[in-house]
Write a protein that binds this ligand. Sequence first.
Ligand SMILES: C[S@@+](CC[C@H](N)C(=O)[O-])C[C@H]1O[C@@H](n2cnc3c(N)ncnc32)[C@H](O)[C@@H]1O
Length: 461
Amino acid sequence: MPAESRLLQLELLRCPRCLGRIASAGTFCCSSCSTTFPTLAGVPWLFPDPAAALGEWRARTHGFLAALESQATHYRNALTDDVTRAATRNRLKLLAAACTDHARRLRALLAPLLDDAPAAAPELYSALGATLPAGQGLTGYYANLHRDWCWGEAENEAAFRLVDDALGQAPPGRTLLLGVGAGRLAYDLHCRRNPSTLVAADINPLFLLAASRLYAGETLELYEFPIAPRDVASHAILRRLQAPAPAGPGLHLVYADVTRAPFAEGAFDTVITPWLIDVLDDDLPVFARRVNRWLRPGGRWVNSGSLSFSSNDPARRYALEEVRELVAESGFEAPTPTEAAVPYLCSPASRHGRTESVVTFAATKIAEVERPAPARRGPEWLARADVPVPLLPPLQRRQLEVRVIAFVAGLVDGRRSVQDIAAVLVERRMMTAEEAVPAVHGFLRRLHDESTADRGPSPPL
Ligand SMILES: C[S@@+](CC[C@H](N)C(=O)[O-])C[C@H]1O[C@@H](n2cnc3c(N)ncnc32)[C@H](O)[C@@H]1O
């Protein structure tokens, strides 16, 4: 093991806020703008606004844990005396107990993130949370943990082979792996390709808190809730997650948003992006230029994964031919992608599993490109918490809707019928009598359906 890889080399990093150099004397700090970056269980938290990112992930985690508790209650409430079949009772009891225990285990795993911060009322999280795309939530790719560390080797080996083949014989050198997820590919590359250093980044604390413990040789016990369980017992399975052996020095995890990333330009020989380019908010040509900037001249970008771009803008949902051209236009030699069918998320406990046709390429950097601007999440008043929020027409409309919802829901007092509530709307000249009864009826039906809906064992965030 080369000595350079034992410690995370600070020259590989830059401040994600101002691109200043990072210094570390226990804590990580920008020597230019003085932003201090905390660590979570020893892993640096390198977001441009570290405090805001901590607050956001904490709120998301508290909201998720609260939703998990209410899911457990939902299963318990379903276990009425009317349910007499033993198998059904066992299934509901299993799910209720597993949700409660799952919340307990996740709370313990995520303790470095929560840091005893008090949780708000669950209603606040369900009303104000859930604004992020599912893919950026705490458990968007949760099954990856089980696939990476306990379902057996088939999928992990297939993923490694694709990247290994694309790397070819040349040593990967200083390597940056983006979107490390639950961490198995980074672990396999570290053990089997011996990069001189491997920096592995992700935005999601659940993954990095789990991966850092698994890399250290610990065993984790976490529930799997398969999509299509094979039998009663496989509705909730307590799995043991473990790496084949501790990872050894030189594999460094960092928290980072790769669209506003804390990496030094020209610092890496290899950048690897497994199953990432199509889930990012960044438009591919922008992200390709970021990758270019982190590589030294002659360095290589290895990408492997699906091309299921899901941008709201149809022009950005690129096909294979477009990807090839966009990469070539971003300072890389035109790549020759390969396609291979691999198993994807085939849990042994589930009847559900897919085959994916995965696209892999290695692209060599042949030219410098202009540095793209860091990604901005929406307009100024969304990107910055201290700027007044303009009262735009869609927000005005929403305000009115929310008031109406609050008003009608507030009329429910345990005594009024649908007709009585509709009569109040008519009296206040909000609606005609013909429309008011069906409208109130529909509204209350929706509320009722939402409150009794089975949202599945993984609360959406
Ligand atoms: C589809 S998963 C792939 C995970 C892993 N590469 C694998 O192949 O199993 C995408 C990963 O990218 C991470 N991710 C998404 N957006 C990101 C961003 N802006 N910065 C860093 N990581 C991000 C997610 O947290 C998730 O771990």
